[in-house]
Design a binder for this molecule. Sequence first.
Ligand SMILES: NC(=O)c1ccc[n+]([C@@H]2O[C@H](COP(=O)([O-])OP(=O)(O)OC[C@H]3O[C@@H](n4cnc5c(N)ncnc54)[C@H](O)[C@@H]3O)[C@@H](O)[C@H]2O)c1
Length: 375
Amino acid sequence: MTNRKLRDSALRVGIVGMGWAGETHLKAYQQLPNVDVIAIADPREERLTQLQRTYNIPDVHTHFGPLVERPDLDIVSVCTPNQFHAPISIAALENGKHVLCEKPLARSSAEGEAMVRAAVQAGRVLEVAFNHRQRGDVSVLKQMIDEGQLGHIYHAKASWMRRSGIPGMGGWFTNRELAGGGPLIDLGVHVLDMALYLMDEPEVVAVSAATYAELGPRGRGGRNDARTMDVGPFEVEDLATAFIRLAGGATLLLEASWAVYGRAGDDFGVTLYGSDGGADIEVHNYNWENTLTVYTDIDGKPAVLKPEVPKGTGHSGVIANFVSIIESGDWSAHVGSEGLRRTQIIDACYRSAAEGREIALTDLAKAIAQDTAAD
Ligand SMILES: NC(=O)c1ccc[n+]([C@@H]2O[C@H](COP(=O)([O-])OP(=O)(O)OC[C@H]3O[C@@H](n4cnc5c(N)ncnc54)[C@H](O)[C@@H]3O)[C@@H](O)[C@H]2O)c1
């Protein structure tokens, strides 16, 4: 049990949604010397009591409202099912808090845009937790790309595939209203983020996607874990694939599945093809060693490099970066725009899959306007 006194100079944090992600944020904040977690919120009272005792948290709330309205908080972490990301983040921003929202930013572009507007209006930071971007292999490869070692990257693949990994079968993850989608919005968003980050944020022009639900609706591919709220059947995809056109002619293949008849395990990564070199990040069951391979020419001959990579920092790195942005006072570039771009791409992928055609990102704005007018 920790025993931390509250300090006037520390940044004060509240966390909403105390499942796996909420506890992970809590532990990461408590590693920082200049931050105190003073309140947590979740409808599950037993869970609150257990966490309050374990981590020595002064206050607990069974609803997010009283937490985000507290005048003594600087920061709110939003770690709830995806449906609540927008309402809780917007309420926190309107109450003058900086917000770190779990991925995905939102279920839809419209929700994400409302969140970014709230951050701009409040003049506060809105960031999204893309913890896999903090991996050691990603940072080593990013540096090689920035040094020009791969040349111009013209094609990439990003994928996350599980043999049997549907989270909380029948719980919120598989409920369309609560989650907004299946593995594409849950896992695909991580590898999409990794690829776009490594490729230096190219603009996405159009997407053509398809989704499938072959195993989940038949009760196959589940993973035993405690993330259930017993809300209903399997309503989302269990596999999604997308062909993404980028400005300047580059392309990206994106694939995500919670359950597929394929190699046993939980595999993710990116492959990049550049004019002067290529690279693979291949992660099997969350390992971090020997995951990066770089393909190049040495003295005119094909060569394969295996750069050494550190483990990386995951959520600790995300939260340390978020706190340092707040401490810098330079907030205007951190209003959730990156998270929104990922949400827009995924929204366009779901629309493309539903309509069976390529969707231009410029048409997405028109489709959202039509949806809003019809509501
Ligand atoms: N970055 C990552 O690697 C990563 C990993 C897992 C989950 N996540 C994200 O974190 C979020 C939560 O996922 P999880 O795995 O922790 O789920 P979880 O089911 O373990 O926890 C969700 C918690 O939110 C609580 N909750 C539900 N509705 C709430 C509300 N209205 N107000 C307050 N609390 C509420 C639930 O009681 C539960 O304790 C999701 O957005 C998910 O995508 C991110």
